[in-house]
Ligand binder design. Structure first.
Ligand code: ADP
Length: 276
């Protein structure tokens, strides 16, 4: 699915004394089959932007289009639901959103909510469990007796079971060690590659992850996109990134200098990163 934001602007608490302009004139264009990263320091507008791309927020200016759905100021709630069905969101610490008494119920929540037939739900659960790197034997257990890592995968399986075309990943590897981060990102990478039109949008503070797992990067600052392009282009502009509070660590610079915009295979640098 093709997602675009056009001249997108957003003000929190519009018309109240607490008004806060969080986005202005944001344009993004994400064709099907994309692996995109959104980077920027805290408060630059990343979360506000991605919440527009899955219908959690309605623009105060401009529009978001996703396939045949168009969201602009005044759009009705029904249209937002249509968008949410197609664009899944993995929040930070998604395990905090588990609430059902069994893993199976948790994973089937989204498809059931979307009105998917019971006969199909079963196969969706199985596919989602496998894609999230879990075993079927987990289904009857309570999510609350699992390890932290398993809980996170269950929460992610719940999003995958909705069969989104696009996944928004808001710091999905937060709190994990480098090995856990790599495993988590590999899982999303495999999910994305499994069907030609699937895309993900990764919000991250980790420049290494943006370099490794994205083919296109949007850099945000002060509520707008200040740089965009392939990692090999964006990361060469280190001084501009430093000015807006982002640094490009050494392994990323080496990778980019070598001309690798998606260096999945460069395990030496992954090792560097682990040591860092
Ligand atoms: P990031 O994800 O890059 O950290 P956010 O999108 O969360 O940035 O925030 C962008 C700006 O909007 C910040 O100035 C932040 O303080 C403000 N903001 C975020 N959420 C709210 C909210 N619910 N109410 C008011 N202001 C908010």
């Amino acid at each position: 699915m093709h997602i675009k934001a056009q001249d997108l602007g957003f003000i929190y608490g519009k018309g109240t004394p607490f008004e806060k302009k969080a986005l202005s004139d944001v344009n993004v264009d994400i064709p099907p089959g994309s692996r995109v990263a959104v980077v920027g320091h805290t408060g630059s507008g990343k979360s506000t932007l991605v919440q527009h791309l899955n219908g959690l927020l309605i623009p105060t200016e401009g529009s978001v289009t996703a396939g045949e759905v168009r969201i602009s100021p005044g759009t009705k709630q029904k249209e937002l639901y249509r968008l949410r069905r197609r664009v899944g969101m993995v929040f930070q610490y998604p395990e905090h959103q588990l609430f059902e008494e069994t893993v199976e119920k948790d994973i089937s929540f989204a498809p059931r909510n979307f009105g998917v037939k019971e006969t199909e739900i079963r196969s969706r659960i199985q596919a989602a469990v496998a894609a999230a790197g879990l075993d079927d034997s987990i289904l009857e257990r309570s999510p609350f007796e699992l390890s932290g890592g398993q809980m996170r995968r269950v929460a992610i399986a719940g999003v995958l079971a909705g069969e989104p075309d696009v996944l928004i990943l808001d710091e999905p590897a937060a709190g994990l060690d480098p090995k856990g981060r790599r495993q988590m990102m590999k899982m999303f990478s495999d999910w994305q590659k499994a069907a030609a039109a699937r895309s993900y949008i990764l919000v991250t503070h980790h420049m290494e992850d943006a370099a490794k797992y994205a083919d296109f990067i949007y850099v945000m600052n002060g509520g707008t996109v200040v740089m965009e392009g392939q990692p090999s282009v964006v990361f060469l502009e280190r001084n501009r990134l430093l000015e807006i509070g982002l640094d490009v660590p050494m392994p990323v610079r080496i990778l980019m200098a070598l001309g690798h915009s998606s260096p999945h295979s460069l395990t030496t640098y992954e090792a560097d990163e682990t040591a860092a």
